[in-house]
Design a protein around this ligand. Structure first.
Ligand SMILES: Cc1cc2nc3c(=O)[nH]c(=O)nc-3n(C[C@H](O)[C@H](O)[C@H](O)COP(=O)(O)OP(=O)(O)OC[C@H]3O[C@@H](n4cnc5c(N)ncnc54)[C@H](O)[C@@H]3O)c2cc1C
Length: 391
């Protein structure tokens, strides 16, 4: 174990944090330090997350070991696993290069997450065409190679060891909006790579209601749909009419609303698929009321959320009837720190990266908080942030 010790709130004396929190932080730090070093390519395995309810990634998605229940994919824990060998990586990379894709090896995922945390992806591709996307999915499937779908990376905690397999992102051709206005509003077809914030701004500017709750939500439309992103009583799932996606075999599919299971910060798809576009219906609204809603949402975020430190939004979902932030505050966790990760002093349900936080630091705080709230209130917190990669 190193001599790193969890510290307390910046500027606070150590004894200002309740003893139980300090004890738990030490235990978490020990657990974090005991994590084995990363294995070299060719030796690693990832859990095949064969959860049929999984929303968003193709098979063997280490990431979604994360899932709503906060399960973490671990290598070599006896679960069904796939070997992610160097020859397999080379074979998949070769197909992608032949398809014209810009394939990167060992791409640091910290560059692609709002937390600025995350180790390397064995392979990384931002698909610049639909055929590249299809080639990637088909090659991965043919070789049993895991694929993780990356949006804007604003709801992810990627492990320090990174992701074994292919991380697939949508490039430029998936950043488009088609408008079909009519007498009462408009039907829109929105590419999955469109930034959520931009879409909100464009809809409000066009006088259309239904997305204004989303002021300040980062990430992409694709990630937003998969997470059923929402705030201040609104959520994106309510306006969706059809999803367009590519399934694991690379085929284009269309999923009407009746086949989509939107729930609180969750979407269950009937099949594993990468969302490529969404069709939504927005009604005409009162321009002044829309502008006021947006201004109100912005003011509330400015008042309550941390600014200027990398984070991934809310760490836990709100349990029924209460707020995760309130429970964390009651447990004395506001300002509690592990390494360079800290529960925000502004809003306890945010963990901020103070500079060089590691994923194990953040994970240590998540585990600590889960135990603390369980002990204090017998409530089981469920992570909203998704844990991704090899832990
Ligand atoms: C400062 C801040 C504030 C936030 N506020 C809110 C808020 O108010 N409300 C809220 O709901 N969230 C909030 N978030 C969390 C986050 O922004 C949302 O969950 C967002 O919708 C995630 O989108 P993304 O593109 O970044 O997805 P990612 O984080 O990249 O991915 C999230 C999940 O979606 C999957 N996915 C991504 N793209 C696709 C695709 N095209 N097809 C299939 N699966 C895909 C991924 O595999 C992963 O499982 C906040 C985050 C931050 C940093």
């Amino acid at each position: 174990m190193s001599d790193r010790r969890p510290t307390t709130t910046t500027g606070a004396a150590p004894n200002e944090v309740p003893t139980r929190v300090v004890d738990a932080l030490h235990a978490a730090a020990r657990a974090a330090e005991s994590v084995r070093p990363a294995r070299r390519d060719g030796e690693s395995v990832v859990e095949a997350a064969e959860d049929p309810s999984h929303e968003g990634a193709t098979s063997a998605v280490a990431a979604n070991g994360a899932t709503a229940a906060g399960r973490v994919a671990r290598a070599g824990d006896g679960a069904p696993s796939r070997h992610v060998t160097a020859p397999t990586r080379d074979a998949v990379a070769a197909v992608l290069v032949a398809a014209g894709a810009d394939v990167r090896r060992d791409e640091p995922l910290a560059r692609h997450t709002s937390f600025r945390i995350g180790g390397p992806a064995d392979l990384f591709v931002a698909a610049a065409t639909v055929s590249e996307l299809q080639a990637a999915l088909r090659a991965a499937r043919a070789h049993g190679y895991p694929v993780f779908f990356l949006g804007g990376g604003s709801n992810l905690l990627v492990s320090d060891r990174g992701v074994r397999g292919l991380v697939l992102k949508l490039g430029k051709p998936f950043d488009f909006v088609e408008w079909e206005p009519d007498d009462t509003g408009a039907s829109l077809r929105i590419g999955a790579a469109v930034p959520f914030k931009r879409m909100v701004a464009e809809a409000v500017a066009a006088g259309l209601a239904g997305l204004e709750f989303g002021e300040g939500i980062p990430g992409t439309i694709g990630g937003g749909i998969l997470m059923n992103a929402g705030a201040f009583g609104g959520e994106i799932g309510r306006v969706v009419t059809v999803l367009e996606a590519v399934d694991e075999s690379g085929e284009h599919i269309e999923l009407p609303r009746e086949r989509l299971g939107f729930a609180y910060r969750r979407l269950t798809l009937p099949t594993r698929a990468l969302i490529t576009a969404v069709r939504v219906r927005l009604e005409r609204g009162d321009a002044a009321a829309l502008a006021a809603s947006v201004a109100d949402a912005k003011a509330r975020r400015d008042r309550h959320q941390p600014k200027g430190r990398p984070n991934a939004g809310s760490i836990f979902k709100n349990p029924p009837g209460t707020f995760a932030g309130r429970l964390l505050e009651e447990a004395g966790l506001k300002g509690a720190r592990l390494g360079e990760a800290m529960f925000s002093e502004r809003h306890a349900n945010f963990i901020v990266n103070l500079g060089h936080a590691r994923a194990v630091d953040v994970k240590g705080l998540i585990d600590l908080a889960t135990r603390a709230v369980r002990r204090l209130r017998a409530i089981e917190l469920e992570p909203e942030v998704r844990l991704v990669g090899e832990w």
